[in-house]
Ligand binder design. Structure first.
Ligand SMILES: [Zn+2]
Length: 342
């Protein structure tokens, strides 16, 4: 089969469009003929190399996958050949205490398709049967592939971790990112008031179309000052963080007393300071979040199929141009997802 393969870590040029062996099929897995694979920042980290994480080389990246089931293992019973499918990215053991409790994002053996195992930047990918999600028929393959990772992550952050309540104020950083555009929609669906930030006015207008109530251009305005002005000095109940060092101080300063900061990433760096006096006197909560559960993703898929949440696709590249797609994502000029069409 054709696939995007890298033999060493580095710049986008290490991604080669090459022949690769078709993956073997264990009895409890399915072989999917990939139609689209959406990119995430995780793909960039995996390609560059992560200290202490020995990614098996050569490696096929790609976590967010849609396609058709081409073959099923002998023990597979819930899906059939030819069926359209979206894959849940998180592959967990299915047997540990966390997994049987439905908290598969706490499984110590969990990884993502395209992370410690081969992913979907290929004509075929194998995945466990339990990772097959119902296909939302109102979406193209490119749109469907754009849902799982970012919507699952944003959902887990806002609901499971930050416990968002109706009418609360939420500051969504990086509205142009995949998680940002998902977070705006989820927060609005639950009746929150959303303040969104982005680096260009064009991106801010798109955030507004998704339902953002207030807009901050972080290139020309100071986030904490604008939040103070918009909330009449109160601050926001929830800050949706994934940017890291560049926004951390503003994020903390934007919280109302009793506010919760929830973070799933550190795109601009992971060094951050906290003034402990500020943390305890204001009774703030700092919350880490990682991926989401399959159950949460099932709920997301229902809302997507019902038209309540929608994936935002910025640009589609052919699979062979994966290096250009990575470079485009690295430039941060996108609004929503960058997708490879297979
Ligand atoms: Zn497990």
């Amino acid at each position: 089969m054709k696939a995007i393969v890298f033999h060493r870590h580095g710049a986008p040029e290490v991604l080669k469009y090459a022949d690769a062996p078709e993956p073997p099929l264990p009895s409890n897995e399915v072989l999917v003929r990939v139609k689209a694979c959406a990119l995430n920042h995780l793909d960039l980290w995996v390609r560059r190399g992560i200290p202490g994480v020995p990614i098996p080389l050569p490696h096929i990246p790609g976590s967010d996958i849609s396609g058709e089931i081409a073959q099923i293992g002998a023990d597979v019973s819930t899906v059939r050949v030819g069926q359209k499918v979206v894959l849940a990215p998180l592959v967990s053991c299915g047997k540990c205490a966390a997994c049987v409790a439905g908290l598969d994002n706490h499984c110590r053996q969990a990884t993502n398709l395209g992370y410690m195992v081969d992913g979907g930047c290929a004509e075929f990918v194998r995945a466990p049967e339990v990772n097959c999600l119902p296909y939302p028929e109102n979406l193209s393959f490119e749109e469907a592939a754009s849902i799982p990772l970012v919507f699952q992550t944003a959902w887990h952050m806002l609901l499971a971790r930050a416990e968002l309540q109706p009418c609360e104020d939420v500051l969504v950083l990086g509205a142009g990112s995949g998680v940002g555009s998902a977070a705006i929609q989820i927060a609005k669906f639950f009746g929150a008031r959303v303040i969104a930030t982005a680096g260009t006015d064009e991106k801010l207008q798109k955030a507004k179309q998704l339902g953002a109530d207030y807009l901050i251009n972080h290139k020309t305005q100071k986030i904490r000052d604008e939040v103070r002005r918009i909330t009449k000095k109160r601050g926001v109940d929830v800050v949706f963080e994934h940017v890291g060092t560049a926004t951390w101080d503003d994020s903390l300063a934007s919280l109302a007393a009793g506010g919760r900061l929830v973070t799933c990433g550190a795109t601009t760096g992971y060094d951050a300071k906290v003034d402990l006096r500020f943390l305890f006197t204001r009774q703030l909560s700092l919350l880490g979040s990682y991926m989401g559960t399959k159950s949460e993703l099932q709920t997301v898929m229902k809302l997507v199929a019902a038209g309540k949440l929608k994936p935002i696709v910025d640009r589609v590249f052919p699979l062979a141009e994966a290096a250009a797609a990575h470079a485009f994502l690295e430039s941060s000029s996108q609004f929503g997802k960058v997708v490879l069409k297979v």
